[in-house]
Design a protein around this ligand. Structure first.
Ligand SMILES: *Cc1c(COP(=O)(O)O)cnc(C)c1O
Length: 390
């Protein structure tokens, strides 16, 4: 009997080691990894530069706390500022924590403007985490059910719907921020209109709201750019990161710009582990490898290749709704729940994920090459055809 709490319906497989886009289980069976630890292992498994950076840092210093200056944290902040154009950042250990920091920042920003009960606009089908505030911000009843009372101070609108936001702006003068994903990941790889972020930016500018982007899944090269917002000609006021940032060593960040960058003062927020030397060394090595190996453009190229090859392989198959991607954030929507595909693909040596019931979600390592991508398409297309009886 396991002593682990029953929080996950785990698949019956245990991995022992990995290399690049490949994983091996305890029976020696080899799998092509189309999930990358849920968008975490951008560098794939056992990337030598990452392994070396972690080992070297562990030999020197792992943790000292934020009571003191942390050199690696300063270096990581400088690097992320240069890549993103953001001014200041706070380091934590997960995506939920990064969003908690953003929510607290927005509320404090509101209070400083004299708004007593600040409201944050969030969207349907969003995912922001599992803490009380972030599960409240999440637009999925399954995540919230049983954990009431929820946190107050959120207003919900449909994703990719400017009219709903226009209406809130007219009737609610307590709004301080919008929190939204540039592409919804858990919600089913929902890609908004090209103008969406630009229109949100305009709305925020007009009303003095903060535009806060949850880039926990879309950030760090996943969409083919360093950050998802870089597909639009805008800058956010706040951006959150986690998943791909540390390649599996837990690290998250809340980045801010302009007025938002100076909201927090000593005593307002903190984290014991946040931004420790080990986590920051892993993040620095991740960013450096992505840069050196040109993994953003690889994500764009391979993501598009997978989409076009999958589209072709599934042409005319009844039951396939769409194949869509933004870089290596790839969704194949079927017209029926398809959770059974996960086990079928695993048996065939491919790891995939299904989200929003009907969407096959692929989040391959950013290091995937063309041959590996074609192999993925071949296995997956055959399993989808079989599943749909085509
Ligand atoms: C995964 C995810 C989170 C939560 O991150 P955790 O590290 O699991 O807390 C938040 N937002 C988005 C968009 C995510 O994909």
């Amino acid at each position: 009997m396991t002593h682990l709490m029953n929080t996950y319906a785990r698949q019956p497989v245990t991995f022992t080691h990995g290399e690049g886009v490949w994983l091996w289980d305890t029976a020696g069976k080899k799998y092509l990894d189309g999930v990358a630890g849920v968008a975490v292992n951008g560098l794939g498994h056992a990337h030598p530069k990452l392994t070396q950076a972690i080992c070297e840092q562990a030999k020197q210093l792992i943790h000292t706390s934020n009571l003191y200056n942390v050199q690696r944290q300063e270096e990581l902040a400088d690097k992320l500022a240069a890549l993103s154009g953001m001014d200041k950042m706070f380091f934590c250990n997960s995506g939920a924590e990064a969003n908690e920091a953003a929510i607290k920042l927005a509320r404090l920003f509101g209070h400083k403007k004299g708004i007593e009960n600040p409201t944050i606009i969030v969207t349907e089908k969003s995912f922001h985490g599992r803490t009380m505030a972030t599960l409240t911000a999440t637009g999925n009843r399954k995540v919230q059910a049983g954990f009431e009372p929820l946190v107050s101070g959120f207003a919900r609108v449909p994703y990719n719907d400017m009219e709903a936001i226009r209406q809130i702006a007219e009737h609610n003068d307590s709004v301080v921020a919008i929190l939204v994903e540039p592409v919804q990941g858990e919600g089913g790889i929902n890609i908004p209109d090209a103008q969406y972020l630009t229109q949100l930016r305009e709305k925020c500018d007009k009303n003095g709201w903060l535009l806060m982007l949850d880039e926990v899944q879309t950030g760090i090269g996943r969409t083919g750019k360093w950050f998802g917002f870089q597909h639009s000609p805008i800058m956010p006021d706040v951006m959150t990161l986690a998943k791909g940032l540390g390649s599996g060593v837990p690290v998250g960040a809340c980045l801010a710009r302009g007025a938002a960058a100076d909201v927090f003062q000593p005593g307002n927020h903190g984290s014991t582990f946040g931004g420790n030397p080990l986590a920051c060394a892993a993040a620095l090595a991740t960013l450096s490898a992505i840069e050196q190996d040109k993994l953003c453009s690889n994500a764009s190229k391979i993501g598009d290749l997978i989409r076009s090859e999958m589209t072709q392989a599934l042409q005319g198959v009844a039951g396939v709704v769409t194949v869509r991607n933004c870089g290596m954030l790839i969704g194949i929507e079927l017209n029926r729940p398809c959770g059974d595909l996960v086990a079928a693909c695993r048996d065939a040596g491919l790891l995939i994920n299904v989200t929003a019931d009907t969407v096959v979600r692929l989040l391959p390592p950013l290091v995937m090459n063309e041959a590996e991508a074609l192999q993925l398409v071949q296995i997956l297309a055959a399993q989808i055809r079989k599943f749909l009886g085509a």
